[in-house]
Design a binder for this molecule. Sequence first.
Ligand SMILES: Cc1cc2nc3c(=O)[nH]c(=O)nc-3n(C[C@H](O)[C@H](O)[C@H](O)COP(=O)(O)OP(=O)(O)OC[C@H]3O[C@@H](n4cnc5c(N)ncnc54)[C@H](O)[C@@H]3O)c2cc1C
Length: 412
Amino acid sequence: MDFEVNYDVAVVGGGIAGVAAALQAARSGKKTVLVEKTILLGGLATTGLVYIYLPLCDGNGRQVIFGISEELIRRSIQYGPGDIPENWQQGKNAREEERFRCIFSPASFMLALDEAVQEAGIDVWFDTLVCGAEVNGNRLTGAVVENESGRGVIHAKRFVDASGSSILARRAGVPCLDANNYLSIWSLEYRQDADPEGRNLSRGVTMCFGGAWANGETSMTDQELARVGLTREILRSGPYRGISGEKVSEFVLHTRNCLREHYRTNYESGKYDRKSNFPLKLPAMPQFRKIYCIKGEYVLKDNEHATFFEDSIGLLADWRKAGFVWEIPYRTLYPENRLGGLLAAGRCSAASGDAWEVTRVIPSAAMTGQVAGLAASLSIEKGVEPPDLDVRLLQSELRKLGFPIHLADVGL
Ligand SMILES: Cc1cc2nc3c(=O)[nH]c(=O)nc-3n(C[C@H](O)[C@H](O)[C@H](O)COP(=O)(O)OP(=O)(O)OC[C@H]3O[C@@H](n4cnc5c(N)ncnc54)[C@H](O)[C@@H]3O)c2cc1C
């Protein structure tokens, strides 16, 4: 090894979950490092050009997500366009139809995230890939990293895997769950007549939803599909599972082939030409929705919205269905095999099917990230492993941070 360093808390992945975890750990007084393989913070939300901060409210005018998730929605528009509905800005519950969400410019949000982590005194290691784990007995003791300085080990008392793909957990031998993905691409484009009421960022610049091709459903004709190397059968069989180099390349190239087809079609129709409509920025990470999450001591399942969990650590809103609110058990944040030293956050926390749709999005990633950062800190202070942390202590500290813990806390 070329280097070895020691921290209280090491967070793997500088996406929304990782930033939230690192902010909370650092604000709890822990020496914290945030390791990110790119040179940008925000993960899929920014580098991946996802630009909608989904709702912190239940769709019936009731806020259910608080804490760093709320702080980050406000920071997301600090250096750029985007609006939070007026009622929510004043901290009052909004009219039902206006959900507490906003559209942001990914670049603006990246600048704000940089500022947040620097203010908190977090050591950020950009351009550093976590590629292995050091396990002693039933404890994770190190993350093996590689960067231009060589290969080294980050030792820490606690690790938070916020990599979006549970890389550290998998390298440490933790069983994980995966899922199918469907083909879609979101990118940033110039369009002369960009709809000012739509997903417009500034004059002419708009967010482009190139299209989603789930279960073979597409508006593209067989001929158009053939032109981009796809068939209805490929779409139907849901091949986008697995993250080998080959699989990632297949997925990414298919999405970009579809985007080229989108522009060819626009130009052929005569509605636009290459000067009035063209791509400005493509996502710099694969837009997989689900990769691997840990197999937690509890795996949140379909239809468990409105379910009481004794060990709930907060609430999540369902972005698709008004009135669907989920309690999130603490047991989804650590592995079923109770490996010491490790917590998971964001899309790495344990969920399946429909429940994963709820836990994987931006406000949810911030919420579970903050809880993982707090649980990491408290478990160090109490000298216990994360699975043995007194959940009532965690709940009481979360309440001090403004978290509702159970549905009843928000009148549900
Ligand atoms: C097409 C698409 C559209 C979406 N639309 C929305 C939407 O409109 N609104 C919404 O709220 N959510 C949306 N989502 C989901 C949401 O963007 C993500 O699920 C969420 O941002 C995930 O956050 P995360 O922090 O858990 O993971 P990620 O964003 O994946 O962050 C993980 C970070 O870890 C880093 N990393 C990974 N491996 C390593 C390693 N080995 N070493 C070091 N660093 C590593 C990555 O570079 C990344 O920065 C969408 C997702 C997709 C794919």
